[in-house]
Design a protein around this ligand. Sequence first.
Ligand code: HEM
Length: 278
Amino acid sequence: MLTDNDVLLPKAAKPPYETRLLTLAATSWLIVATAGQWLFGVYILLFYGQSTLAGDFERWNKVLPHGYVAGDWKGNLAVGMHVLLAAILVMGGPLQLLPQLRQRVPRFHRWLGRAYIVTALVVSTLGLFMTWTRGTVGDATQHVSISIQALYIIAFALLAIHYARTRQFAPHRVWALRLFMVVSGVWFFRVGLMFWLLVNGGPVGFDPHTFTGPFLTALSIFTYAIPLSLLVLELYLYAQRRQLKLFSLFVAGVIFLCTLIMGIGIVGATLGMWLPNL
Ligand code: HEM
């Protein structure tokens, strides 16, 4: 039976096949990324949360070569804050991208958004401090690359909050998505590394004792300094804007491939990196 709306309102045209495929690719990517980031978050809360609450700070050194140093309260505080606040980023980031949550509980989106941006600024500043005062695994290229990523995080966080405060929601969305990608860099690094280890059946192209080698140099450059995740995001945004059939199909294919690699890496990181430490 026809209703008034059927008569008065023109039916919204179904989006073309390639647009639906692009949306499906992005949605699958987000579902897999959310699951993987939450697993990382659960690991952070269980491993660092429990050891910190129990006052057993030396347990950090099971995974962090420069985690707890007796007598260096400033450095230890920085590490503790860095890792515990990181949980807000990996648990909260994917929530911010859910359209249903933004539409149904906009106040929650605004509050979590503020917390996310302040946390991103604090965690990346502490990360810079830790990298250059305490040192960490890896070589200078890895340290410089992750420091460049910290600068992206700070710049994108400030831009995302600026556009939200001036109610320019189109650029706000774009800068918030870019921020999510660079904040996720440390997670992409772990997932990328575990994907590589799984498909090669062991360390290839790097020395696991010194944590250096051509593979790790390339991984740190392309996740941190010149993030491929940002390139894929820009391709997706361009495809959404231009709606070109072949280009949309190409980008959907790239996103599906990234989702597959990420899924394998998440399984590897969960089984090989996070679960064994709990
Ligand atoms: C913003 C997103 C970030 C998150 C979510 C994050 C999360 C973490 C976590 C969970 C750890 C503990 C490692 C583990 O248990 O696997 C860690 C360690 C560390 N992070 Fe970050 N981090 C972020 C950004 C950064 C940045 C931008 C830098 C540097 C500029 C950095 C430098 C470090 C250092 C130096 C360690 C200690 C490693 C060691 O002792 O060898 N982090 N981070």
